[in-house]
Design a protein around this ligand. Structure first.
Ligand SMILES: C[S@@+](CC[C@H](N)C(=O)[O-])C[C@H]1O[C@@H](n2cnc3c(N)ncnc32)[C@H](O)[C@@H]1O
Length: 301
């Protein structure tokens, strides 16, 4: 990993500590790296990184997520499932087909906040891991949507060349799920997670989501409690009902994959919350948030 031009260069942290997202200013378009990108060369570099990661032991454990019981339960959470079917829920065979005869629905994937992978080693490794996860979960590349306002046009071309779907709109993370969806948000701003939770704030939608991203518990521990509750109320509420499984990371890749968890929302936990929790959830505003870590969509004047 001797690349130069690291965009998100960070000082070494103690093991397990998370990267503090940098406050982001400026326009929604990348101003650096506007020089022509060699698409073929960049694709090759990404494929080489995939090959490098594939051999890592921790990578096998990450890929195992997509066949784990926890995730298959989320993946097979059917919106129309009658409550009496719940006794048999969660038992699956090795191939992920539920033993009660229900078909495990195909996952789709959304990746926000990857960063400038043509110049940033961390982002390139995270992209390589995404490709390995898609492969492990047999998620077709076109069913994976990626968005980062920092992507240059060359980077968008590279992502399309890889077969991924590049989103053109800044959704601010406010994407409503209609089927089981894997969200891959590596070291992203808290507002992105909070917006995602808000948009899917129901006992029907949350169980369809699997998030690979920063631990909610970790976020809470590192933020002043009063501000966390005020600005990130959906993460605050989700902490008590989500299941978090910490993902391993070798020390030499700590800056790239640290503090990452797989987060799911079991229906049984959500049902323990009072009904009032779900009534008319207000859209997050962040007007008190001095260092909002995400780029918001440009408002029309
Ligand atoms: C702290 S950086 C992490 C970059 C990279 N994943 C890493 O770990 O080095 C946060 C990323 O979130 C992106 N981001 C900010 N607002 C976003 C939005 N509205 N939608 C998607 N990504 C966003 C930023 O452009 C940036 O690349």
């Amino acid at each position: 990993m001797s690349d130069t031009g690291e965009e998100w260069q960070v000082a070494r942290r103690r093991k397990g500590a998370a990267r503090k997202s940098k406050p982001i200013q400026g326009s929604s378009h990348s101003t650096c790296c506007q020089e022509q990108l060699d698409i073929g060369k960049t694709v090759k570099r990404i494929r080489d990184t995939v090959s490098e990661l594939r051999c890592e032991e921790f990578c096998q454990q990450w890929k195992g997520i997509l066949s784990s019981e926890q995730v298959l339960v989320a993946g097979s959470a059917a919106l129309s499932k009658p409550p009496e079917d719940r006794d048999t829920e969660g038992t699956t065979d090795q191939l992920g087909s539920p033993r009660d005869g229900r078909q495990c629905q195909q996952l789709e994937c959304v990746c926000y906040g990857l960063g400038s992978f043509s110049s940033c080693v961390s982002a390139r490794f995270q992209l390589a891991m995404l490709l390995l996860l898609l492969d492990a979960g047999q998620i077709p590349l076109r069913d994976c949507s990626v968005y980062d306002p920092m992507f240059s046009s060359g980077e968008r071309d590279v992502l399309r060349e890889l077969g991924l779907t590049v989103l053109t709109e800044n959704e601010e993370g406010k994407r409503l799920v209609t089927k089981p969806t894997l969200f891959y948000l590596m070291h992203c701003g808290k507002a992105l997670y909070n917006n995602l939770l808000w948009k899917n704030w129901s006992t029907q939608c949350l169980p369809l989501m699997i998030i690979i991203g920063n631990s909610f518990n970790g976020m809470m521990d590192r933020t002043i409690e009063r501000e966390f509750k005020r600005d990130y109320s959906y993460i605050t509420q989700a902490v008590s009902v989500c299941e978090e499984g910490q993902l391993p990371c070798p020390s030499r890749l700590i800056d790239i994959f640290s503090d990452t968890a797989v987060i799911t929302f079991p229906t049984s936990s959500l049902n323990k919350l009072p009904q009032s929790t779900w009534a008319e959830p207000p859209e997050p505003q962040y007007q008190h948030c001095p260092d909002l870590e995400i780029i918001q969509r440009e408002t029309q004047s």
